[in-house]
Design a protein around this ligand. Structure first.
Ligand code: ATP
Length: 238
């Protein structure tokens, strides 16, 4: 069953027209879709359109079915300087309207799993980049949404946190959540994603599962996601 339908004809920033064009895909229940492409390809812009942060795009983004909720895990940590980790979680819980008992159990479980117990009452400005990223993951995972929109979650995470996050994603997929995840970490994406959307210079240049990408790209049955990425995003020298 479809959870999210994205059909963007074009989007622009004030001074830049057609930053992305003809982006068309959907996310189904229990599916993890990888959004890949070089720096500046338009992945974050696509995500911003989905989140409603770019008002001037042409097209439609539709969460299918009644009362669908989503979580956004940003690429760059966003936080309030004067609020502790726990206060951030309380704020998120209020925003998501999570019952108090359920919130406390889930928040403590996530804090334990992401090894942040020691800093539960500390300010995120005192955290390392990876710890700030873990706080973003914990906030994003708090409300068990129907859809996750995740923008490059892996940068700065240590291997244990990466493993914890991947296990969580797998659990959430089994529950039926759909996930759109932008990432440059192609070896991980190759292992965990069901399908891929490959963007280059604002356009979708390939989409499908690994085998479909290989067929579309005229590559062998052994071609890795990295090789498919290179083939589809090659910039010709003038
Ligand atoms: N706020 C902005 N104002 C103007 N142009 C922008 C803005 N944000 C991004 N762009 C431009 O839009 C294009 C797409 O950028 P976007 O951030 O979507 O790429 P990306 O695929 O997410 O890249 P990366 O992998 O580096 O995060 C780039 O040419 C970029 O310069």
């Amino acid at each position: 069953m479809e959870l999210l339908n994205v059909s963007i004809n074009q989007a622009n920033y004030n001074d830049k027209p057609n930053v992305i064009e003809d982006i068309l895909f959907s996310i189904n229940e229990g599916e993890l879709v990888g959004l890949i492409g070089p720096n500046g390809a338009g992945k974050s812009t696509t995500i911003k359109c989905i989140l409603g942060l770019i008002k001037s795009y042409e097209g439609e983004v539709q969460f299918v079915g009644p009362d669908k909720n989503y979580s956004y895990i940003p690429e760059h940590p966003i936080y309030y300087e004067n609020w502790t980790l726990w206060e951030h979680l309380e704020l998120a819980s209020a925003a998501y309207d999570i019952p108090q008992g359920k919130f406390v159990t889930k928040a403590k479980q996530l804090i334990q799993q992401f090894q942040m117990k020691e800093v539960i009452h500390h300010y995120p400005s005192s955290f390392s980049k990876g710890m700030q990223q873990k706080m973003m993951l914990i906030i994003g995972l708090l409300n068990s949404p129907d859809v996750y929109i995740v923008d490059e979650p892996f940068i700065g995470l240590d291997p244990i946190a990466t493993q914890t996050f991947l296990e969580y994603l797998e659990k959430e997929r089994n529950r039926g959540a759909g996930i759109l995840m932008s990432t440059h970490v192609l070896d991980t994406a190759e292992k965990i994603c069901d399908r891929f959307i490959c963007m280059n210079q604002g356009k979708m240049v390939a989409k499908g599962n690994l085998q479909e990408l290989r067929n579309q790209s005229d590559m062998s049955a052994e071609a890795s996601l990295f090789e498919l990425f290179l083939k589809n995003t090659k910039v010709e020298d003038n």
